[in-house]
Design a protein around this ligand. Structure first.
Ligand code: HSE
Length: 463
């Protein structure tokens, strides 16, 4: 009789190979959105996960602020404590899951666990963006793994794709929508006319936003993630401090509607791009609201969904889509990391997939993040003018400033209602940011210009 292999794995008893080995013992700090989801999925899919890992994965101790609340999630069979360090260094723990978030204390717990010879799994992108280089160096020294698939675009296995599936490639760029909260806000504002504050409140209620939502809306969370992706893509250290970061708080609804008129949608993008051309050598590492063509796949990634595109020299463009926030969606990645750790039994540290995809001696410390002035993209400009006919003057002035103008037109009534005065919309060809900045600065003094000029990048991205 035919038996569905997945159904077989869901059978209550463990496969014989999985029962032979001692379970991987997990200590977890934090039982909030990520921690509770991890416990729930681990419990629900216990036999299936053991069948894949080759051994059981068992939560043995949890640290929580409220022990009563923790007990309501994990029951009586898991030890509970208020002391994170006790979990980090617990003699019965093989792997620490850091699910508390934050940077300072989390760094101390993770380093303590590593020094105690424990593997670490975390979805804490802020921690790794700020302290990753130190943490990975300590992990190398102590021969343990630090796994962080849940830190980037939660449900999407993009870290694994970059450092394993695409390992043959010279990566040219990685770009995408990697913050669920801001994508949710932009989608609500565009599709349902919901205001910024209300859309943010909804994202918080759904558990998408960070404890401090400033990280989401100011682009920092996306910058944490793109810094980790850049390190894996290009063999460079984590360079979050050098990233150029712009969020969506200064974005105007007027630019959303004007972009639509031109056939574009605005998305908060993280971009990491290797440049080796006549103008620059290094990496563009940036987060900003940018126009993407309305026909592009990224323009159709809505709500809290994420999507990441990777261009490899051999693979060409590949694209990965999935939930960008959420409890069990993050748990999916955290448990995948736990399974990877469970499978490490008996492997030598030097034979494992390196933390950042490249072995330490192959990491290029000299690969610089390019300054803002060197970034090279197309641009969108919106120039408020006193009278519609001044469109001619604006076009001519920009051309004289060495800005390669592709298209100039007036915003229609639907995009910019009459009370706002005439708005000249400009699309440029690819040009360095320094040229655009100079031109925008000069336009501010132009007699035809009636107010601040809005400038946004345009990303064409293949695919
Ligand atoms: N606050 C994050 C987001 C959660 O909205 O993408 C997942 O990293």
């Amino acid at each position: 009789m035919y038996r569905d292999p997945v159904q077989s794995l869901e059978a209550p008893s463990l496969p014989s190979s999985a029962t032979a080995m001692r379970p991987l013992r997990v200590g977890m700090i934090g039982i909030g959105t990520v921690g509770a989801g991890t416990f729930r999925v681990l419990t629900r899919n216990q036999a299936l996960i053991a069948g894949r890992a080759g051994r059981g994965i068992k939560m043995v101790v949890v640290c929580a602020r409220s022990l009563a609340r923790a007990m309501s999630v994990v029951g009586k069979d898991v030890a509970l404590t208020n002391d994170p360090m006790q979990v980090a260094t617990h003699p019965d723990v093989d792997v620490l899951v850091e699910a508390a978030g934050g940077t300072g204390p989390a760094r101390d717990w993770v380093l303590a666990a590593i020094r105690a010879g424990k593997h670490v799994v975390t979805a804490n992108k802020a921690l790794l963006a700020e302290h990753g280089n130190e943490i990975f160096a300590a992990a190398r020294q102590h021969g343990v793994a630090v796994a962080y698939e849940g830190a980037v675009a939660v449900s999407i296995p993009i870290v694994k794709a970059l450092r394993e599936g695409l390992t043959a490639n010279r990566i040219e760029w990685v770009a995408g929508i990697i913050n669920g909260t801001t994508n949710f806000i932009l989608s609500k504002m565009r599709d349902e006319g919901v205001g910024f504050a209300e859309a943010l409140a909804q994202a918080q209620a759904l558990g998408y936003a960070e404890a401090d939502p400033t990280f989401d809306i100011e682009g920092l969370d996306a910058a944490h993630k793109i810094s980790l992706l850049a390190a894996n893509a290009f063999g460079m250290p984590v360079r979050f401090a050098d990233a150029q970061v712009e969020g969506i708080t200064a974005l105007q609804g007027l630019d959303v509607t004007c972009a639509e008129q031109l056939g574009y949608r605005i998305k908060l993008l993280g971009v990491a791009k290797r440049r080796q051309d006549g103008d620059a050598e290094g990496v563009e590492l940036r987060v900003q609201p940018a126009l993407v063509p309305a026909t592009h796949l990224l323009a159709h990634v809505n709500g809290s969904m994420n999507a990441v595109m990777v261009k490899g020299d051999a693979s060409g463009v590949t694209m990965y889509y999935g939930a960008g926030a959420g409890s069990e969606q993050t748990a999916s990645a955290v448990i995948a990391d736990l399974v990877d750790v469970a499978r490490l039994q008996g492997t030598h540290a030097a034979q494992r997939v390196p933390h950042l995809g490249f072995h330490a001696d192959a990491v290029n410390d000299n690969l610089a993040v390019l300054p803002r002035a060197a970034v090279h993209t197309r641009h969108y400009l919106r120039v408020p003018v006193h009278q519609a006919q001044q469109i001619e003057a604006v076009g001519a002035w920009l051309a004289a400033q060495q800005v390669p103008v592709l298209r100039v037109e007036l915003a229609c009534e639907k995009a910019a209602p009459n009370g706002m005065g005439p708005q000249v919309l400009v699309l440029t060809d690819a040009v360095t940011q320094s040229t655009v900045d100079l031109a925008v600065h000069a336009l501010a003094a132009h007699p035809a210009v009636a107010g601040p000029v809005a400038a946004l990048r345009v990303e064409m991205l293949e695919g």
